[in-house]
Design a protein around this ligand. Structure first.
Ligand code: SF4
Length: 251
């Protein structure tokens, strides 16, 4: 087994070009046995990847970041996914002491006050748990698609993540939103009902709103902030321009 390194990325881009999503997942899982993981936040794209992994019994660990601030609909989708596939989804929870300290010092909604507070909350509830989830892993799959943000057009389906020291793969990178919906309906995949109420990118409940027709995919995330500050830190460490990101997972 090769160790993940930035030098592998150009070859992997060539090898994996043209593969379907499930072929890409299988090829990467074979190349990085036991060290390939997928992070889900139970959004539309994530549900497709979860479906492919579980239906094809691919040796990829599926995990989620439970920030403890998710929508009830997200927890419900999580539960429906467990019932549908009967396979484990590993939860990563924030460190109790860190959350307690945050709540003690700043209360439950400090993220609305300024960007630093918001990043502090994301750091405690998402970034630190993600670091634990990715420790020792070599390949990380995400549900990112190119059309989700203008910045993402500078990204690739295969990228080096310098912060986590692993290779990041986006199996649905070239999929359109319509393709995702078609696939979900065709395979009766459980999906978050908030998607039918104008929520596109779904993260924590206090920090996500529905978007209006014509708004950017990410407009419903941290809508009170400047566009330039909308970064949760989960995907901020790839080798290229910082994208406006998805809490992947989460969130
Ligand atoms: Fe906290 Fe909001 Fe970030 Fe969730 S999205 S971790 S509630 S600041």
């Amino acid at each position: 087994m090769q160790a993940a390194s930035v030098s592998l990325v150009p070859d992997l881009r060539q090898q994996l070009a043209g593969l379907s999503a499930v072929e890409l997942l299988a090829a990467v899982a074979t190349q990085f046995p036991g060290t390939a993981v997928f992070s889900t936040s139970f959004g539309l794209e994530d549900q497709i990847i979860t479906h492919l992994i579980f239906e094809h019994n691919l040796p990829i660990k599926v995990f989620t970041l439970d920030t403890a601030r998710n929508f009830q609909e997200t927890y419900s989708t999580w539960n429906k996914t467990l019932l549908r596939y009967g396979q484990a989804i590993a939860p990563y929870f924030p460190q109790q002491a860190s959350v307690e300290q945050l709540l003690l010092e700043k209360g439950p909604n400090s993220f609305y006050e300024n960007v630093d507070n918001r990043k502090e909350c994301c750091g405690i509830r998402k970034v630190e748990p993600l670091r634990r989830a990715l420790a020792g892993q070599q390949a990380w799959f995400t549900g990112i698609r190119a059309e989700q943000s203008a910045n993402r057009h500078d990204m690739h389906a295969v990228e080096w993540d310098a912060g986590h020291q692993l290779i990041k793969f986006h199996p649905l990178f070239d999929w359109t939103f319509e393709q995702c919906w078609d696939f979900v309906h065709a395979h009766s995949i459980p999906f978050n009902p908030l998607h039918q109420q104008g929520f596109v990118s779904i993260g924590c409940a206090p920090c996500t709103r529905a978007i209006k027709a014509g708004e950017d995919f990410r407009a419903g995330r941290w809508w009170w902030e400047d566009q330039s500050a909308k970064e949760c830190g989960l995907h901020s460490t790839h080798n290229g321009p910082d994208p406006v990101v998805e809490p992947v997972l989460a969130n």
